[in-house]
Design a protein around this ligand. Structure first.
Ligand code: ADP
Length: 227
């Protein structure tokens, strides 16, 4: 599903990714932990092709991400949904419009948009707020909209980069439970970069730990351990 082979990313002399060899299977739920600057975001960026690696390969199913042709990039983007700490919602659009937009840019038929947007808003529990603007929502609700937006094109993979970094503990748990539910119900592969030690220790999933651009631990049913 996701495989990296001898993956390097250098900024000047700084190896932000230093020989990353990783395999994440279909329907897995994985935590990616490690201190700030460990390379977690950069690893995600090489997977969804916001950055090209300096050397090595990233495979998403049969697609070699660094070697994609221009026309294949939308194919990759449909396979991978991404959510961020700061939600990145369009503030002049409503909840519904924020989610519909990512179908519109892929030229999906209107009928499909009208069907799938309410379905995915219902999944995250926000259908009743579909006409609100992001500023009218709490942080947790905004993150749920960004999850709906990431899921609406039915990706096989969901990458979550510090999704609870701006949220209080109770709301963080709600978001993590939602990601777990999505993984269970839709069989979406979910990779969550997080500093939330409590969540990692309680959920007992596979934990991949990075430090200074390397993978330093990879445990099933892992615990959060300090670098
Ligand atoms: P994490 O997500 O684990 O906090 P990042 O992947 O964001 O780590 O960053 C890893 C390192 O790469 C940091 O030292 C950061 O300063 C550096 N870095 C990230 N992006 C760039 C860039 N565009 N130019 C130079 N250095 C960068």
């Amino acid at each position: 599903m996701i495989r990296t082979e001898k993956l390097y990313k250098l900024y000047g002399n700084n190896a932000v990714l230093n020989n990353i060899n990783l395999q994440i299977g279909k329907s897995e739920f994985v935590f990616l932990i490690g201190p700030n600057g460990a390379g977690k975001s950069t690893l995600f960026k090489t997977i969804y092709r916001a950055e090209l690696p300096t050397r090595g390969d990233v495979l998403v199913d049969d697609l070699s991400v660094p070697n994609l042709r221009r026309w294949q990039i939308p194919v990759l983007r449909q396979r991978i949904g991404v959510i961020f700490q700061d939600y990145k919602l369009l503030k002049y659009k409503t909840v519904y419009e924020n989610v519909a937009y990512v179908m519109e840019v892929l030229d999906k038929p209107l009928e499909k948009i009208k069907k799938q947007v309410p379905q995915v808003l219902d999944l995250v529990g926000l259908l009743r707020k579909k006409d609100c603007k992001p500023a009218e929502l709490s942080g947790g609700e905004q993150q749920k909209v960004s999850i709906a937006r990431a899921l609406v094109n039915n990706p096989r993979i969901l990458l979550a980069d510090e999704p609870t970094g701006n949220l209080d503990p109770d709301t963080s748990w709600e978001i993590m439970r939602l990601l777990d539910l999505i993984n269970e119900q839709r069989k979406t592969t979910v990779v969550v970069a997080t500093h939330d030690r409590n969540v990692v220790d309680t959920m007992r999933k596979r934990v991949i730990k990075m430090s200074s651009g390397r993978i330093v631990e990879d445990n099933m049913l892992g615990k959060y351990t300090d670098a």
